[in-house]
Design a protein around this ligand. Structure first.
Ligand code: SF4
Length: 380
C-alpha cells in the first residue's frame, strides 16, 4: 500500500499563490469532504466540508474555495437532458456516464465501438474549469490568464483528464491548471501549518458555494445514476415525486433495475471496477442486456475509493468497511439536504440565465460537452 504515488504538483500551486497577479480558484470534488479528515486522524466517514473550505481559504490571500458539487449538479442537468433526447429521438443507447476518466480511457483503448454510447457531457471537474475560465472571468471582467484553477480530486486519472485537449473551451489554455489529489491538499494544509482539526467550519466562497443532494452523492457508486434519474424522471413526467432510488445504491458488483416513468421503461445498470465494466460491456455486445443508461466508475465503490484518497493501514482496511463509511457520509448529507434534485439549485438557474442559456443549447454545448478518441490497445 502506498508504493505508487502521484507526481506532486503542489509546487505549481504554491507558485501561483505567491504570484500577486493571480486569483487562485480551488474547487473540491464531492467525495473529498468525506475522506480528507482521515489525513488528520479524524474518524473514517467524518464530513469535513466546513473545515476544508476554511483551510483552503487560509492557504493565501488570493485564494478562493468553491464547491464542485455545483458542477456535479450541472453535469446532471446536461446528462439527464441528453438521456431523454436519446430516448425520445432514437439516439444511441445505452448511454454511459462519462465523468470517470479511468472508465472513459478504458473505452477509448479497449471498446472504441462503444464511444458513441458515452455521454458527451464533460465531467464536473472539466465543467468547473469551463465555468471559471468562461462564465466567471467574463462576468467579473478578468482575463482568463490571470486566474489559476486548481481542482481537488480523488485520483490521478483526473490529473490526466485535466490535460485532455478535447476539454479545452479555448484552444490556448487548459481550463483546469492543476489537479491535486486529496493527499496533496492534505500535505499543503500541513505545510501551511494550519491546525485542521481545530478550524472553525466555514462556507465555500460565493457564488459557487451551494449544491443539491444530487450533486453530493456523485462521490459514491450509483450516485451519478441516481441523481440523473431524479432529473430525467421529472423531464418525462412533470409531476414525478420519487427522490430516493435506493435500488441503485450499494456494494453489489452489478445492480440492474427497471423503472417506468410516464409510460417509458428505463432499464439501468450500475457497476464499478474495470473487471465488472468489461463483463457488462461483453453482455451488452452479446445482446444479453438492453439498458437505457449505465453508470460505470473505474474504482470499486466509486470516487470515495479513488487512488488519491488518504491511505489506510491493512490493520484498518481488513477490519473496517471504509468504503461504506465514506459513502454513508455522502448519503446522510443528501438525505438532510434542503434541495435534493439538481435543477432546484439557484446557482444552476443563475448560470443558465446569465450564460449557458438552456441545457443542450449551442453555448452549453461549447463549454460543457466534449468528444472522445479511439486509442491503440498498446499505447497511451
Ligand atoms: S472512480 Fe476512480 S478513477 Fe474514476 S473518477 Fe472516481 S476516483 Fe477517479
Amino acid at each position: 500500500m502506498g508504493a505508487l504515488t502521484e507526481k506532486s504538483q503542489e509546487d505549481k500551486v504554491w507558485e501561483a499563490i505567491a504570484d500577486p497577479t493571480k486569483q487562485v480558484l480551488f474547487f473540491t470534488a464531492p467525495s473529498i469532504k468525506a475522506t480528507l479528515g482521515e489525513a488528520f486522524d479524524m474518524p473514517i466517514g467524518t464530513n469535513v466540508e466546513g473545515k476544508m473550505a476554511a483551510a483552503i481559504k487560509r492557504l493565501g490571500a488570493n485564494v478562493k474555495a468553491f464547491n464542485m458539487d455545483f458542477t456535479a449538479d450541472l453535469t446532471i442537468i446536461e446528462e439527464a437532458n441528453e438521456l431523454v433526447q436519446r430516448i425520445k429521438n432514437g439516439g444511441t443507447l445505452p448511454m454511459f456516464t462519462s465523468c470517470c476518466p479511468g472508465w472513459v480511457k478504458f473505452v477509448e483503448h479497449y471498446y472504441p465501438e462503444f464511444l458513441p454510447n458515452l455521454s458527451t457531457c464533460k465531467s464536473p471537474q472539466a465543467m468547473f474549469g469551463a465555468v471559471l475560465k468562461g462564465y466567471y472571468c467574463q462576468k467579473n471582467g478578468i482575463d482568463p490568464k490571470d486566474v489559476f484553477v486548481v481542482s481537488v480530486i480523488p485520483c490521478t486519472a483526473k490529473k490526466f483528464e485535466a490535460t485532455r485537449p478535447q476539454l479545452r473551451s479555448d484552444e490556448n489554455y487548459d481550463d483546469v491548471d492543476v489537479a491535486l489529489t486529496t493527499r496533496e491538499l492534505a500535505r499543503m494544509i500541513k505545510r501551511a501549518a494550519i491546525n485542521f482539526t481545530d478550524l472553525p467550519e466555514e462556507d465555500f466562497d460565493a457564488p459557487f458555494n451551494k449544491a443539491t443532494g444530487g450533486g453530493i452523492i456523485f462521490g459514491a457508486t450509483g450516485g451519478v445514476l441516481e441523481a440523473a434519474l431524479r432529473t430525467a424522471a421529472r423531464l418525462l413526467d412533470g409531476d414525478f415525486k420519487k427522490i430516493d432510488f435506493e435500488e441503485v445504491r450499494g456494494p453489489e458488483a452489478v445492480r440492474e433495475v427497471t423503472y417506468e416513468v410516464a409510460g417509458v421503461k428505463i432499464n439501468v445498470a450500475v457497476t464499478s471496477g474495470l473487471g465488472n465494466a468489461r463483463m457488462l460491456l461483453e453482455k451488452i455486445k452479446k445482446g444479453e442486456a438492453n439498458y437505457q443508461m449505465v453508470e460505470i466508475m473505474a474504482c470499486p465503490g466509486g470516487c470515495i475509493n479513488g487512488g488519491g484518497q488518504p491511505t489506510r493501514s491493512d490493520s484498518v482496511s481488513n477490519y473496517v468497511d471504509y468504503k461504506a463509511l465514506r459513502s454513508k457520509a455522502l448519503y446522510d448529507l443528501d438525505k438532510n439536504s434542503e434541495l435534493r434534485v439538481c435543477e432546484e439549485s439557484p446557482i444552476i438557474k443563475m448560470v443558465y440565465d446569465e450564460f449557458f442559456e438552456t441545457p443542450g443549447a449551442e453555448k452549453a454545448h461549447h463549454y460543457l460537452h466534449t468528444s472522445y478518441v479511439a486509442r491503440s490497445k498498446y499505447y497511451t
